[in-house]
Ligand binder design. Structure first.
Ligand code: HEC
Ligand code: HEC
Ligand code: HEC
Ligand code: HEC
Ligand code: HEC
Length: 188
């Protein structure tokens, strides 16, 4: 009787330890997605999934003139929020910026270290009909935005390698290379 009881306790102890270990691992796994705290609790889930505002309404790229996607100005948010949810403290923050003609210090989610001197331009990728989701995950359901896609060099190369119609002949040989694989395409 005594033996079976202590065995039961031992089993319970093991079960608890395993559960604890699993939850720590789970938490560590989740923490690996970089997701900075933003100055205003702006939710893509509300504005994207729920309100169905298109990405391009907020993230313009100057009609293809800018390699970067622009973050919407406080003034743009105020187009709606002068009327909508005015008494929400988070909305008041953005209205104050719009009034003062300043911008919140939104924290960057994506980006490369300066030392890598990577050149990236959204325009050819959008023209090639690659979806935002391919490179940023399902942002319209996110709150806050997290870096769910690991944009390493290998990640860029994998897709460039598979892109057809960029084969060029190496002079005086019969060998072709994909012109999108040259170092200078991305490092300038
Ligand atoms: C081929 C991959 C790819 C696609 C497609 C893509 N992005 Fe990006 N996006 C990136 C990369 C890489 C960066 C980081 C660029 C940098 O730091 O120079 C980035 C950065 C951004 C940024 C931060 C500002 C900037 O440009 O640095 C925003 C906002 C953004 N993307 C929105 C979008 C939206 C909206 C779409 C769809 C219309 C989209 N992206 C499509 C790869 C992509
Ligand atoms: C096209 C109109 C529109 C634009 C543009 C817009 N919003 Fe909203 N926003 C809404 C609506 C509508 C709600 C309320 C949604 C709900 O509660 O279901 C909302 C909700 C919010 C909330 C949550 C308020 C609360 O306390 O419940 C915040 C914060 C917010 N918006 C910030 C912003 C910011 C920052 C921008 C600009 C980057 C912005 N919004 C741009 C329409 C808009
Ligand atoms: C109502 C305006 C609004 C809409 C619509 C919107 N965004 Fe954003 N987006 C923002 C704001 C403001 C930020 C900066 C704060 C943040 O990261 O949450 C941002 C940040 C981002 C970033 C992180 C940029 C970086 O590297 O710092 C990505 C990626 C992005 N948005 C993609 C999208 C995609 C894809 C869609 C469409 C599904 C979309 N956004 C729709 C306003 C918007
Ligand atoms: C999902 C596929 C995909 C991913 C991921 C991708 N690219 Fe591309 N990229 C393309 C395609 C397709 C083109 C060619 C578009 C065309 O034919 O003009 C291109 C073109 C480019 C160009 C322009 C080349 C030129 O000279 O016209 C640059 C620069 C570039 N990519 C950089 C990057 C970088 C840096 C990354 C990673 C951060 C990246 N790309 C990730 C598909 C991708
Ligand atoms: C399609 C785009 C692309 C091409 C082509 C490419 N790279 Fe990169 N490279 C990147 C990106 C993006 C990073 C940064 C990744 C990160 O931040 O994790 C990087 C990072 C690096 C780094 C690390 C730099 C640092 O300080 O972190 C080196 C070194 C490098 N690349 C060398 C090369 C060489 C050599 C070639 C040609 C054989 C090449 N790359 C071709 C996109 C590319």
């Amino acid at each position: 009787m005594r033996i079976s009881l202590s065995r039961k306790r031992l089993m319970t102890g093991i079960v608890i330890l395993v559960a604890l270990g699993a939850s720590i691992l789970y938490a560590a796994g989740r923490r690996r997605v970089y997701s900075p705290v933003q100055p205003i609790a702006f939710s893509h889930r509300i504005h994207g999934s729920k309100l169905k505002i298109g990405c391009a309404f907020c993230h313009e790229n100057g009609e293809g003139r800018s390699p970067h996607m622009l973050i919407p100005s406080a003034e743009k948010c105020a187009l709606c929020h002068q009327k909508v949810k005015r008494d929400s403290p988070e909305v008041q923050k953005i209205l104050n910026h719009a009034k003062a003609k300043t911008e919140p210090e939104w924290k960057r989610v994506y980006g490369f270290s300066r030392s890598a001197s990577v050149f990236f331009d959204h325009v050819p990728h959008i023209d090639a009909k690659i979806s935002c989701e391919t490179c940023h995950g399902n942002v319209e359901d996110m709150f806050p935005v997290g870096r769910v896609v690991d944009q390493t060099m290998g990640w860029c190369l994998k897709c460039h390698q598979q892109t057809p119609d960029h084969e060029v002949l190496i002079p005086n040989t019969k060998t072709t290379v994909n012109s999108l694989m040259g170092c200078a395409v991305c490092h300038r």
